[in-house]
Design a protein around this ligand. Sequence first.
Ligand SMILES: Cc1cc2nc3c(=O)[nH]c(=O)nc-3n(C[C@H](O)[C@H](O)[C@H](O)COP(=O)(O)OP(=O)(O)OC[C@H]3O[C@@H](n4cnc5c(N)ncnc54)[C@H](O)[C@@H]3O)c2cc1C
Length: 441
Amino acid sequence: MINFDVEPEFQEQIDWVEKFAKEEIEPLDNFFRIGKTKDGEPLTKEGWNAIRRHIEHLKQRVKDQGLWGFHLGPELGGPGLGQVKLCLLNEKLGRTRMGPTLFGCQAPDTGNMELIAHNGTEDQKKNYMQPLLEGTKRSAYSMTEPHAGEPGEFICSAQRDGDQWVISGEKWFTSNGANADFLIVMAITNPDAPLMERASMFLVDRDTPGVEIVRNVHTIGTSLQENYNTSGGGGHAYIRYNDVRIPRENLLGEEGAGFVGSQTRLSGGRVHHAMRAVGTCTKALDMMCERALSRKSKGQLLSELQMVQQDIADSYVELTQFRLHVLYTAWLIDKTQAYSREIRKHIASIKITAAKLNHDIVYRAIHLHGALGMSNETPLADMWMAAPQMGIQDGATEAHKSNLTKLLLRDYDASPDLFPTYHLPKLIEAAQDKIESIISA
Ligand SMILES: Cc1cc2nc3c(=O)[nH]c(=O)nc-3n(C[C@H](O)[C@H](O)[C@H](O)COP(=O)(O)OP(=O)(O)OC[C@H]3O[C@@H](n4cnc5c(N)ncnc54)[C@H](O)[C@@H]3O)c2cc1C
């Protein structure tokens, strides 16, 4: 039997996260929007140190609550909640910006931890995964290239030279690349192999000679000046690997298994993005509802206008369907512990919907807020800047639609005849034959 209830003990955890997000994380988010005290002064060094200590204190509270790294199984020091419970918590964190960092489940470290857990040697787990788990190192995932996001087009290569691998080429949009202690780099190791056996993954310390941060690219809405601060500060690094020499044992997983490994990483990441998108869209809908009940036009509340009602109703219906689809996908993953073809259909579907709803609902919320919506004085401004990202990062929506359709069509065959199998004249003739045989029996 399908059960939509949550055990009371876990409901308490969800409620704790919701309260913690509202009382502790959202104030931090809001402070960092401006980074100055009330008197307009930038924070002093001591001020920043106090904030750092406060953040560590909040992380400790998350640990005390047993929720640090809640995406991880017990073998990796996490609570092993499974994907459905992960959804219910991620929905709450999706309303915040700093939530994932405070809970030790920030991208791209989460996916990288899982990659090393699944593919790494004992030494790699000790030296690279363990510090990520403890939050003492940061990582990045370096796959997309400046000239192509599609794996079949990649050219950054790695060649064996004695006991070393030599990586040469360029990568771009490596999130957190300039800040990371190490990078997981996808490089072509056998260009003549079939596509899925062409590339391998490597663990590269960022301070290895030859790793050059060309620029630290930022997304829409950020000053271009930021791109030339290559010593950290977030962003998505444009990186040149100039004959970077790494030890042979820094190959992550089997040689030639890079693209297969990346599918595991990206599949999990896409579900987590979708979970947080539920939170973002719910927050936008909450804002729409409050505004519609607060604002008047021609003597009427906006909530009494039918087109406003339509926008709110459409948003609620679409969001509820999306949320259930995300939970169902999570439930399937928990049940089978795999990313089977069936599950990949659902992951592609929720990735497509996450992008669409992040756009549609946030747009409607902005529109309903009029000039206030267009201002930079509500959280909608950030949400709007981020909305198109969901349709690009972890693969463009069109690529997911194309893959989804290919997966769906594998369950169908072309009609064996000139007319389709559901052509009524043929079906009626067959029905007549059947009925006549019943009558004559
Ligand atoms: C915020 C953000 C963070 C990112 N972080 C990382 C990271 O940490 N590491 C990393 O390696 N990469 C990262 N990326 C890069 C991301 O994975 C790529 O942007 C994505 O895979 C698309 O590749 P592209 O940018 O080269 O677009 P392209 O492949 O050039 O696609 C551009 C457009 O072409 C069309 N198109 C492309 N393919 C198809 C198709 N198969 N069918 C139909 N139309 C198609 C679509 O309209 C698509 O939007 C990040 C991107 C963003 C926006």
